[in-house]
Design a protein around this ligand. Structure first.
Ligand SMILES: Cc1ncc(COP(=O)(O)O)c(C=O)c1O
Length: 340
């Protein structure tokens, strides 16, 4: 039985073109600034994201923590959406490494509003940590891949800037958001001081993320990356597939959105409650179907279906390049066996 892997879009394998790009990449020592392939990727990414400079990093997690390290001092307060990836899934790095204290804001679907932020920022007092940064996430993973609109990014960003704070955009899946709202990605990034995008998710590169910002911030960010051990040598080998991903794979993400919608509709017809998917993430309630999330994951595994545990009575299906509409039909058919 073929294993149908919906656990994450991070399971995507590099394309033949990416493998060939890796094989033939011209490389040099990137810590010495000698790798032309990395430079090409970084220039391309900076242009695409409308920033002065971009930098290749090992992962989205590294990109986020480098961004926080570059814009805060130990003890500073960092505002985060309560279900953010940075808070839940990055091993507390912003506290352990940057010394930041998270200030969580609970929202309906990942949308921190200007009003909420205004209420949460405290005025200067000798007792309080310095509020220096807000991190927004788009699309929002734990809320089910919700795509914030431009104004939902611009509005809290303006409030943060009005209070002298900086704005980081965790855009691990920012191209999914820009496709959903049919806007250029720069419409989002122009409101953020730093942005992180992942090459290794729906875009299918094997490794890597990008951090982009203004020149002064990137000077600090390069040093922070080195401090974390992220200064890599002949890194063009992995940057080359990243460049293919960024150039050629953005438009295909729309297929993932279609397949998530088709899967959601199929599961709803079997009586499942789902969060209506906007992009490639489908969050499904297992309440009334399974005793626990763990049981759901196990039963799906036994049917040859990989899903991610996603909180109490919730699993996540993520669509990606290796999931086509036939696989979606097949997974619905396998799950329907449980109903008999
Ligand atoms: C929203 C978001 N940010 C950051 C990351 C971290 O990326 P990585 O797994 O490359 O560290 C992820 C990974 O799934 C994510 O979903």
């Amino acid at each position: 039985m073929e294993y149908l892997d919906f656990r994450s879009d991070t399971v995507t394998k590099p394309t033949e073109e990416m493998r060939e790009a890796a094989r033939s990449a011209v490389v040099g020592d990137d810590v010495w600034g000698d790798d032309p392939t990395v430079q090409e990727l970084e220039a391309y990414a900076a242009d695409l994201l409308g920033k002065e400079e971009a930098m290749f990093v090992a992962s989205g997690t590294m990109g986020n923590v480098v961004s926080v390290l570059s814009q805060t001092n130990p003890g500073d307060e960092v505002f985060l959406e309560a279900d953010s990836h940075i808070y839940h899934y990055e091993v507390g790095g912003i506290s352990a490494l940057a010394g930041a204290i998270p200030h969580l804001i609970r929202t309906e679907y990942g949308n921190v509003t200007s009003k909420q932020l205004t209420q949460e920022i405290r005025s200067e007092n000798i007792h309080f940590p310095h509020p220096s940064l807000i991190c927004l996430e788009n699309t929002h993973n734990r809320h089910g891949g919700t795509a914030l609109s431009v104004s939902e990014v611009a509005s809290p960003a303006k409030t943060a800037h009005d209070h002298g704070m900086r704005v980081h955009l965790d855009g691990a899946r920012l191209f999914n958001a820009s496709l959903y709202h049919n806007v250029d990605v720069k419409e989002y990034t122009k409101h953020a001081d730093t942005v992180q995008i992942c090459l290794s998710k729906g875009l299918s590169a094997p490794i890597g993320s990008i951090v982009a910002s203004d020149k002064d911030t990137m000077k600090i960010a390069r040093k922070k990356r080195k401090m974390l051990g992220g200064g890599m040598r002949q890194v063009g080998i992995i940057a080359a597939p990243g460049l293919v991903a960024l150039r050629d794979m953005r438009d295909r993400l729309i297929e993932d959105h279609r397949n998530a919608k088709k899967l959601g509709d199929g599961l709803k017809s079997l009586g499942y409650e789902v969060i209506e998917p906007q992009t490639n993430i489908l969050v499904v309630s297992t309440r009334g179907k399974f005793a626990s999330t763990e049981e759901a994951v196990k039963v799906y595994e036994s049917l040859g279906i990989g899903v991610a545990a996603f909180g109490i009575n919730r699993v996540r299906f993520t669509t990606h390049r290796h999931i086509d509409k036939h696989i979606v039909s097949e997974v619905i058919s396998r799950i329907s066996q449980l109903e008999k």
